[in-house]
Ligand binder design. Structure first.
Ligand code: GSH
Length: 221
């Protein structure tokens, strides 16, 4: 696949863009990554995602696909020759979509409040809900190696990019994910043993630097 056929409007520290990079790597699809500067969005980003004006955007044969989970499902359907991400049974597909949606509603919205809000009560409530959500996700994993069972799947792709944020969440929230959810960190490390994941994720300390920059820019104490 020529690079120009598949272009990703990207941002290395973004967990949403990381989902797309992982899915493309799982399918061994070559792509051109174009790093966006969100303080000065490119005309291409504004044209390709005029509704949300957000990355990631996958441009396939000139056509845009927006929203990370929609993009991952698109990738799974178009490059269906290997590494299926969603199961084939409609019930199990619905189940996986439910959990990916849960991750979207709970992890970043609460985790990001730890560095975008100065209000102590808001931060404490967000931290409590974040830890609760990790516990719910840990219960859903159970004793399986991956959310996809024996294989890395859609829910794994949806959640693993937030592993890059664990250090930031822990530092800012003053808690330990491993102490709260002892099975979640081994799951993350298992995922990180896959090249498709480790090469697609941003280093936890780099993410923390980005988070501190955001905090400073917002004037958050
Ligand atoms: N729901 C979106 C979230 C994407 C998102 O929040 N992107 C951020 C970067 S991590 C962005 O582009 N922010 C710029 C803005 O909102 O103006 C997805 O899953 O793709």
């Amino acid at each position: 696949m020529a690079g120009g056929e598949v272009v990703l409007l990207d941002l290395f520290a973004s967990p949403f863009a990381a989902r797309v990079r992982i899915a493309l790597a799982e399918k061994e699809v070559e792509f051109e990554s174009r790093e966006e500067d969100l303080s000065n969005k490119s005309p291409l980003l504004l044209k390709m995602n005029p509704v949300h004006k957000q990355i990631p955007v996958l441009i396939h044969k000139g056509k845009p696909i927006c929203e990370s989970l929609t993009i991952v499902q698109y990738i799974d359907e178009v490059w269906n020759h290997k590494s299926p991400l969603l199961p084939s049974h409609p019930y199990q597909r619905a189940h996986d979509r439910f959990w990916a949606d849960y991750i979207d509603k709970k992890i970043y919205p609460n985790g990001s409040k730890l560095y975008t809000s100065s209000d102590h009560e808001v931060k404490e409530a967000a931290k409590k809900e974040l830890i609760e959500s990790f516990k719910v996700l840990e219960r859903e994993l159970g004793d399986k190696p991956y959310y996809g069972g024996n294989n890395f799947g859609f829910v794994d792709v949806a959640l693993i990019p937030f592993y890059s944020f664990f250090y930031s969440f822990e530092k800012l929230g003053n808690f330990s994910v491993e102490a709260e959810c002892p099975k979640l960190v081994p799951w993350a490390k298992r995922c990180m043993q896959k090249d498709t994941v480790s090469k697609s994720l941003c280093d936890q300390h780099k993410v923390y630097e980005v988070v501190l920059e955001i905090k400073k820019k917002l004037g958050v104490e």
